[in-house]
Design a protein around this ligand. Structure first.
Ligand code: NAD
Length: 278
């Protein structure tokens, strides 16, 4: 039997509709400032889709484009200005940044109350304490998908592949907060397959085509494929081989699973930031 595909596209559309309804009740529209430095084509695509999402949700989007050779001082000055502006609720600096800009320095300069990506150490700390204010968009999107499909992590073996600040680590924290027993695997993990086989909920965020094979999946497991890779034909794909679908009970498609949820959660965070500030 094939796994039920978890429809992130449909759920994201529902969430964005709800955000729009709430935005319409506010006196002034929530405002998200998006900062893009340089001309990384993938980043430009991400920023365009975020702007489109804002439009759909009734969120005002301020677009700041800076040249590739922007200095740290210049970017910090823009962040400081956006921090100060009363009409700006959320600030998003699109990553990755050109080499001369230290991501940590820039992210730490964003006012934690406007940190809609939840990358600031203050917000990361709150997540660690199970008292989050903003949830990082990708892991939050995964949790919403689990909820929609009535998958409760409490008491389950949860295995996360990846330990990045953006996906793996916060994902592990949210599953832990939800009552899962969590194992985090990474490139130094000795026997990845053995860990994966124990998982009731397996989240893969490695970014490696073909990493998760069907023999690594427990029958009936819920498999969340976060990765966005390109296969040899240039087609978008996740970490899982196709046959994982024959073993899992639920599986996120790539595309159409976690990706749209990530974008929807940014809209939720922007609304939350606006509600908190007013
Ligand atoms: P990253 O490169 O920062 O981290 C990858 C992690 O996977 C690392 O911690 C590494 O230790 C681990 N890993 C890599 N190869 C492995 C292997 N062979 N065995 C075990 N562990 C391994 O990447 P990231 O930013 O966390 O993103 C991960 C993937 O998720 C990428 O494909 C990215 O495109 C995708 N992503 C998707 C969304 C979305 O909205 N769907 C959002 C963010 C990232």
């Amino acid at each position: 039997m094939s796994a039920i595909l978890m429809d992130g596209k449909a759920l994201a559309a529902d969430i964005k509709r709800t955000v729009k309804e709430k935005c319409l009740t506010m006196e002034t529209a929530p405002t998200l400032a998006v900062v893009l430095v340089g001309d990384n084509p993938a980043s430009a695509v991400y920023v365009r889709s975020k702007e489109r999402d804002c439009g759909e949700c009734g969120i005002r989007c301020l677009d700041h484009r800076l040249p590739e050779d922007t200095t740290e001082e210049q970017l910090l000055a823009l962040v400081a200005e956006l921090n100060e502006r009363d009409d700006v609720d959320g600030i998003l600096v699109q990553l990755p940044l050109p080499g001369q800009l230290r991501e940590r320095v820039i992210l730490e300069a964003i006012d934690p109350e406007k940190d809609v990506d939840a990358f600031h150490p203050f917000n990361v700390g709150r997540i660690m304490q199970f008292a989050p204010r903003f949830l990082p968009c990708t892991p939050a999107g995964v949790m919403e998908l689990l909820k929609r499909y009535d998958v409760d992590p409490a008491g389950k073996e949860c295995v996360v592949i990846g330990r990045s600040n953006i996906v793996g680590k916060p994902m592990a924290m949210l599953l832990l907060q939800a009552g899962g027993t969590v194992t985090v695997c990474h490139t130094r993990t000795a026997d990845l397959a053995a860990h994966c086989r124990r998982a009731d909920i397996l989240v893969s965020a490695a970014g490696q085509v073909g990493l998760v094979r069907e023999d690594m999946v427990k029958p009936g497991a819920v498999v969340i494929d976060v990765a966005m890779n390109r296969d040899e034909d240039g087609k978008l794909c996740g970490d899982c081989v196709k046959a994982v679908s024959d073993k899992a009970s639920y599986l996120t498609p790539v595309p159409g699973g976690v990706g749209p949820m990530t974008r929807a959660m940014l809209m939720v965070n922007t609304l939350t930031a606006a509600q908190m500030r007013r």
